[in-house]
Design a protein around this ligand. Structure first.
Ligand SMILES: *Cc1c(COP(=O)(O)O)cnc(C)c1O
Length: 383
């Protein structure tokens, strides 16, 4: 974690997401190593990180994007280029027709969806079609992030392939990891290979999903590369894909925020110009405690505060932290690891100001304000 960030805080109007391009390039170099050592293609899962102003940096290394909707697919097509793959739990006919114009690959979540659209698809010679399978092997610790949890709607179980024709299907897809190391991938892959041993050899491409924390410091990249190379040697699959989202932008971004007020109710409570509910909803959803530069656990340092958002949601609480100095009006706080699953999830609940989006280059010291939001952005989503 980059605790010594040298962001020019006085120049940053808050709230603001700041992505450090030098750290992004570092992550990309790691992903590039996996590409070069294994020959797999790596796609950016846009659902985690859709900051299209930096797609030029990412597309210099990665092979394309994957999309969860026609809008994400179009963004990938227009702003990133290269390959676009779509997967959704279900498509409407309109979604599908639009995806046929933007995607290279479309992955279906069920045989009924695949069969429903068979006729529409028949003339789409340039698009390849795949099926998502459910390996029925859980590695997730949190059920809402576990696609293999009991009664999951995601993916086709092996038994449900029986009796179905694979004509027109050229690929298989699976995804069951979330913030995992390659040991979890090894266990999943073993189950997948055993269950789908009769189907894998019929496929031209296999997409092994995201959720690999490949760029995390303790991630075992050698094991990942070995698994991928062994998989290719065993099955001879021509094209293999990974589609990490989080790993691309892991530890590259900050959310810079200011203290608006300090109130007291049994404990000191600092109210910020950012909000867990509106700007970093995973803090409440997952939930987790984001790290802040220079802050410690409660009572670890001299002054302990509960940090809370300025929305009217009583539970808009980020967590309890301690600091060496008192917080006061105007104090700036820098939340760490705020690039992924943040900008893509913000909302304008309470009409709150959306954080602006900036880039910073830790190598050159260049700060660039990319986008600021205002009343029009709030109003345009309502009527
Ligand atoms: C969420 C998701 C990803 C990306 O997951 P990360 O944890 O961000 O790497 C990739 N593929 C599918 C199908 C997903 O649902």
């Amino acid at each position: 974690m980059n605790r010594n960030c040298t962001l020019p805080l006085s120049e940053i109007k808050t709230p603001c997401f700041v992505v450090d391009l030098s750290l992004l390039r570092k992550n990309l170099a790691i992903l590039d190593r996996v590409r070069r050592e294994t020959g797999v293609k790596i796609l950016l899962a846009q659902k985690a990180f859709s900051m299209f102003s930096v797609y030029g940096v990412i597309s210099g290394i990665l092979d394309g994007t994957c999309a969860s909707s026609p809008h994400e697919a179009r963004l990938g097509r227009e702003e990133f280029g290269k390959e676009v793959t779509a997967f959704a739990a279900a498509y409407s006919e309109q979604d599908l027709k639009e995806l046929l114009t933007t995607c290279n690959r479309i992955i279906f979540n069920s045989f009924s969806q695949w069969k429903r659209f068979r006729e529409i698809i028949r003339n789409s010679k340039d698009v390849k079609f795949g099926l998502r399978c459910n390996p029925e092997h859980s590695e997730g610790d949190v059920e809402i992030y576990d696609p293999c949890a009991p009664k999951s709607r995601l993916g086709i179980r092996r038994a449900d392939f029986d009796g179905e024709s694979l004509e027109g299907i050229t690929g298989l897809h699976m995804h069951n990891l979330c913030e995992k190391n390659s040991d979890a991938f090894a266990r999943t892959l073993a189950v997948f290979e055993e269950k789908f041993a009769d189907i894998i050899p019929q496929m031209q491409w296999i997409n092994l999903g995201g959720g690999h924390h490949i760029t995390r410091q303790d991630y075992d990249i050698d094991l990942l590369c070995r698994l991928l190379n062994e998989f290719r040697a065993r099955w001879g699959t021509p094209e293999i894909f990974l589609e990490p989202g989080e790993a691309v932008a892991l530890n590259t971004g900050y959310l810079v925020s200011s203290v608006l007020d300090v109130v007291h109710n049994e404990t000191d409570i600092a109210i910020l110009d950012t909000s867990a509910e509106a700007h970093m909803p995973d803090v409440l959803e997952m939930p987790y405690r984001p790290n802040i530069i220079g802050a410690g656990l409660p009572d670890e340092k001299k002054y302990t505060y509960r940090l809370a958002g300025h929305s009217c949601l009583a539970g808009d609480v980020i967590g309890d932290y301690s600091f060496d100095e008192r917080l006061e009006y105007g104090s700036k706080l820098v939340f760490l690891d705020m690039a992924h699953y943040t900008m893509v999830k913000t909302n304008t609940f309470n009409g709150l100001q959306l954080p602006s989006i900036a880039t910073w280059d830790g190598e050159t010291g260049e700060l660039n304000m990319i986008r600021e939001f205002g009343y029009a952005d709030f109003k345009s989503r309502l009527s």
